[in-house]
Design a protein around this ligand. Structure first.
Ligand code: NAP
Length: 422
C-alpha cells in the first residue's frame, strides 16, 4: 500500500517536473509559435480512451524522437474531463481543463461519454463552445490495404471543414407542449402568419455571415497552403434559401473579395479552370453524397454547415475504412486554439480490453504535429501506419474484413507502427 502511494507520489512529482521543463505555445499575428518542448494538454478519454491513448502517445513520441532525438519533445500534461473528472471531482468538465486548453493553445483528446441528465448536452460540444472552436476539420484519405465498401477508395482524398458553432446544432430547441414553445408558436403565427402544428417541437437554425465567412476562409486558406485544386461549398440552399443558400452566397462573395487573385469562381470558368487558381464551386448536399461516391476525385476541400458536415464526415470516413480510421480537429484560427481528437465514441463494450483500433487517435496526433509545423514526424507516422496495414497485422475491426490478416491488440498495433517507423 505504502509502496503504491510512494510510486504515485514519485510519478506525480516527475510529471510536475516535466511540465516545468516545457514551454507554452504562443500565438500572435495569426501564427502559432511552437517551442522545441511544447506543453500539450491531453484528455485520455472514457471507455476505450485510455487504451487508444496509450498506443497513440507511444507512436507520437517515437515519431518525434526519431526525427529530432532530444532536441524536440512534447511535454504532455494530463487534464481531466468525462468520467475520470467526475469520479475525482464530481465535475464532468472542470474549469482547469478549459483553462489549460486556453493557456497551452494546442491540445488533444480522446472520446468522452455524454453524461445523461446532467444538464450538459455533450462534453465535446461544451469544449468547442467554450473555446469557440468554429472549424471542425476532418481529413479523409485512403491507406492502401484498408478494407473498403467502394471499388476505388484511393480516389478519396478530401478534407472537410464543417462549421461547428451554428445551425440546428447550436442547441436552440424547445420541447413540444412547453409554455415557451406555445408562446413562440403564437408569436410566429401573429407576427408572420406561420401555422405550425401545436404538438411540434421547435429548433432554430441560425447561420450567420460572420460564422460562414470565417469557416469558408479557413477552408480556402487550407487549399492555398496545401495546393489543393478546389473548394466545394456544400449546402441545401435550394430549399433553405436564407440559411444554407446564404452560406453559399457568402462563400462566393468572400472568395471574390479576399481571394480574387488566387481563386476562380465556377461561374467564371469557360472550359477547364486555370491550373494556377483554386476553383471555388458549390454542390447541393444530396447530390454531393452521390458524387462523393461516383466521382470522389473531383473534390478536394469541402466547406459546409454543421449538420451537413456531420453526415458528410462520417459518410466519407466509411469509404476509407470507417470512423476507427478518421482523425479530426476543432480549431479557432483567429484566436489560436486547436483541439485534436479521435472522431469515434467511447465504445464502452470494448473498454479496457486493449482491442480497438487506435488509428483515429494516432492520425489525430499526426494531424496535430503537422499543424505545429512538425511535418516530418507527421509523415513518419503515416508511413509507419501504411506499412503496418500492408503487413496485415491489424486490430479486430480491420482483421474481420481483411482475408489473411493477423489480429493484433490495440497496443501491439501501436508497437508495430513504431517498428515500421524506424
Ligand atoms: P462509438 O463509441 O463510436 O461505437 C460504435 C461502434 O463503432 C463500436 O461498437 C465499434 O463497432 C465501432 N468503433 C468505435 N470506435 C472504434 C475503434 N477505435 N476501433 C474499432 N471500432 C470502433 O459510438 P456509440 O456507441 O454510439 O457511443 C458511445 C459513447 O460515445 C456515447 O456516450 C456517445 O455520446 C460517445 N461519443 C463520443 C464522441 C466523442 O467524444 N467525440 C463521439 C461519438 C460518441 P463494432 O462493435 O461493430 O466493432
Amino acid at each position: 500500500m505504502k509502496q503504491a502511494r510512494r510510486k504515485v507520489l514519485k510519478e506525480t512529482r516527475e510529471q510536475g517536473d516535466t511540465v516545468k521543463t516545457g514551454q507554452k505555445i504562443e500565438f500572435s499575428n495569426g501564427e502559432f509559435k511552437v517551442p522545441a518542448h511544447p506543453i500539450i494538454p491531453y484528455i485520455e478519454g472514457d471507455g476505450i480512451g485510455p487504451d487508444i491513448w496509450r498506443a497513440a502517445v507511444r507512436v507520437i513520441d517515437q515519431a518525434v524522437e526519431l526525427c529530432w532525438h532530444d532536441s524536440r519533445r512534447i511535454v504532455w500534461k494530463e487534464v481531466l474531463a468525462g468520467e475520470k473528472a467526475y469520479t475525482q471531482n464530481k465535475n464532468w468538465l472542470p474549469q482547469e481543463t478549459l483553462n489549460a486548453f486556453r493557456e497551452y493553445r494546442i491540445g488533444i483528446k480522446g472520446p468522452l461519454t455524454t453524461p445523461v441528465g446532467e444538464g450538459i448536452r455533450s462534453l465535446n460540444v461544451a469544449i468547442r463552445q467554450a473555446l469557440d472552436l468554429y472549424a471542425c476539420v476532418r481529413p479523409v484519405r485512403y491507406f492502401p490495404g484498408v478494407p473498403s465498401p467502394v471499388r476505388e477508395p484511393h480516389k478519396v482524398d478530401m478534407i472537410v471543414f464543417r462549421e461547428n458553432t451554428e445551425d440546428i446544432y447550436a442547441g436552440f430547441e424547445l420541447e413540444k407542449g412547453k409554455e415557451q414553445t406555445r408562446h413562440l408558436l403564437d408569436h410566429l403565427f401573429e407576427a408572420y402568419g406561420w401555422r405550425i402544428r401545436e404538438d411540434s417541437g421547435i429548433g432554430i437554425k441560425p447561420i450567420s455571415e460572420t460564422g460562414s465567412r470565417r469557416l469558408i476562409r479557413a477552408a480556402i486558406n487550407y487549399a492555398l497552403r496545401y495546393r489543393r485544386r478546389n473548394v466545394t461549398i456544400v449546402h441545401k440552399g435550394n430549399i433553405q434559401k436564407y440559411t444554407e443558400g446564404a452560406f453559399r452566397k457568402w462563400g462566393y462573395q468572400l472568395a471574390k473579395e479576399e481571394y480574387a487573385e488566387q481563386t476562380i469562381l465556377w461561374e467564371d470558368v469557360m472550359d477547364t479552370p486555370p491550373k494556377d487558381k483554386i476553383l471555388i464551386k458549390d454542390t447541393i448536399a444530396d447530390i454531393f453524397f452521390q458524387q462523393a461516391l461516383t466521382r470522389p476525385e473531383e473534390f478536394d476541400v469541402i466547406a459546409t454547415t454543421n449538420l451537413n458536415g456531420d453526415y458528410i464526415s462520417d459518410a466519407l470516413a466509411a469509404q476509407v475504412g470507417g470512423v476507427g480510421m478518421a482523425p479530426g480537429a476543432n480549431i479557432n484560427y483567429q484566436s489560436g486554439y486547436a483541439v485534436f481528437e479521435a472522431t469515434h465514441g467511447t465504445a464502452p463494450k470494448y473498454a479496457g480490453l486493449d482491442k480497438v483500433n487506435p488509428t483515429s487517435f494516432i492520425l489525430s496526433g499526426a494531424m496535430m504535429l503537422e499543424f505545429m509545423g512538425w511535418s516530418k514526424a507527421a509523415k513518419l507516422i503515416e508511413t509507419g501506419l501504411e506499412k503496418t496495414i500492408l503487413s496485415k497485422k491489424v486490430t479486430y475491426d480491420l482483421a474481420r474484413l481483411m482475408p489473411g490478416a493477423e489480429e493484433v491488440t490495440c497496443s501491439q498495433f501501436g508497437a508495430c507502427i513504431c517498428d515500421n517507423m524506424k
